[in-house]
Design a protein around this ligand. Structure first.
Ligand code: PLP
Length: 395
């Protein structure tokens, strides 16, 4: 099996060597004070990455999907109504999870490639005088379409309607890579996973919860056991876990949050923006459309690129892996075969990205697409040469 390194799938992302080493540690007694020395700073680091002063940070051995389940089951009761836009595969899966838990989902059908329609949310919330809607679900970054929704606009819609629903935000493919403001946006639960912006292997569901969300656990009646936030919180009060923790991954999380904060969150976001701008310039040079409908929706962590009629996008991804040993994301759901995805998040530099763009050019040319090798790379190089890092500008 050939190693696919670096990868350009939108998570799991490339694993920096220092983080791989941090995860690979000898066994420690997780009931000893040693564990607290890992857990405490890891939670504090996540809190800073979320831009929150006092969000409760809870970390479960799971993935982002387990984070959704934690959010729903700890705050809601069977039959409760939640509001969600369905604009891609991940918002769809969240809706599906709600329905499987016996929740009623008020779905705002939204074309794939569009963002969350905050104005429509405001109308629906304003009309809900009885406050039947208990939670608003928002997927910050739709990884299937490369669309970033405006969470501050969702919060403004809720406030304009003076609606008390909880705001749950899926930040699985945005947190740690794109600006996320837990406090400013009035988020009640933010959900992420270890394998994207945090640059770690999959295995941790990372959540931030507001005091209002924590309090909801006392009255919520959906069944939960493993994901009960009250057990997790009680254990944390003794710097422990309610079960055996994934010590190595938590050690990695401790270091990864330090790395993000040392780089500076604004620099991390600017790096992602710059790399994404280069990708978008390459895609434009190829003459291919992005799935995201308008520039204000462009995601800085993933681009979904539509292929011309009659070109199987999955074949491009297959070729890249088979012939060049490089991984890209396939189109998901209704975009299967119609789009491929370029992940540009996590531990990535401009030059790494250029190699991914060059690989795609070779694959597309091999498949007979009218793409001149070098055209997209040159367009990206222009972006990377002109827009330097803030550090370089200061030097
Ligand atoms: N939400 C978004 C936006 C995602 O991109 C993903 C995974 O790619 C998930 C949720 C599900 O996360 P996980 O695969 O970690 O369960």
């Amino acid at each position: 099996m050939s190693l696919q390194n670096p990868t350009f799938i939108p998570g799991p992302t490339n694993l920096p060597e220092v983080l791989r080493k941090a995860c690979d540690m000898p066994t420690i007694d997780h009931r000893s004070p040693l564990f607290g020395d890992i857990l405490r700073p890891a939670r504090a680091g996540v809190q800073q990455v979320l831009k929150s002063r006092d969000a409760e940070i809870l970390i479960f051995p799971s993935t982002g999907t387990g984070g959704w389940e934690t959010a729903l089951t700890n705050t809601l009761a069977p039959g409760d109504t939640v509001l969600a836009a369905r604009n891609g595969m991940f918002s769809q899966r969240w809706v599906d999870m709600c329905q499987r838990h016996g929740l009623t989902v008020e779905i705002v059908e939204t074309p794939w490639g569009e963002g969350i329609p905050a104005d429509r949310f405001e109308e629906i919330l304003s009309a809900d005088k009885a406050h039947k809607i208990k939670a608003v679900l928002a997927t910050h970054n739709e990884t299937a379409t490369g669309v970033r929704s405006d969470i501050s606009a969702v919060r403004r819609a809720m406030d304009a309607a003076a609606h008390p629903a909880l705001l749950f935000v899926d930040g699985v493919s945005s947190i740690g890579s794109m600006d996320f403001r837990f406090d400013d946006w009035g988020v009640d639960i933010a959900v992420s996973g270890s394998q994207k912006g945090f640059m770690l292997p999959a295995g941790l569901a990372i959540l931030g919860l507001s005091p209002k969300a924590m309090a909801a656990a006392e009255t919520a009646t959906l069944p939960r056991a493993f994901f009960d936030i009250r057990d997790m919180k009680r254990a944390y009060d003794n710097a422990a876990y309610p079960y055996t923790p994934l010590v190595g991954l938590l050690n990695g999380l401790n270091l990864s949050t330090k790395m993000l904060l040392d780089e500076g969150l604004d620099n991390v976001f600017a790096r992602h923006r710059r790399i994404a701008d280069g990708v978008r310039a390459a895609v434009a040079a190829w003459g291919l459309p992005l799935c995201a409908a308008t520039p204000d929706l462009y995601s800085d962590t993933v681009s979904a690129v539509r292929t011309p009629e009659g070109v199987d996008a999955t074949e491009i991804v297959r070729r890249a892996a088979a012939d060049y040993g490089v991984a890209f994301g396939v189109g998901l759901g209704q975009l299967s075969g119609k789009a491929f995805r370029i992940g540009h998040l996590g531990s990535l530099t401009d030059v790494m990205m250029l190699s991914g763009l060059a690989t795609l050019e070779m694959c597309m040319a091999d498949l007979g697409l009218d793409i001149r090798p070098g055209s997209g790379v040159a367009a990206a190089q222009d972006v990377y040469r002109k827009s330097q890092t803030p550090q370089a500008r200061e030097a």
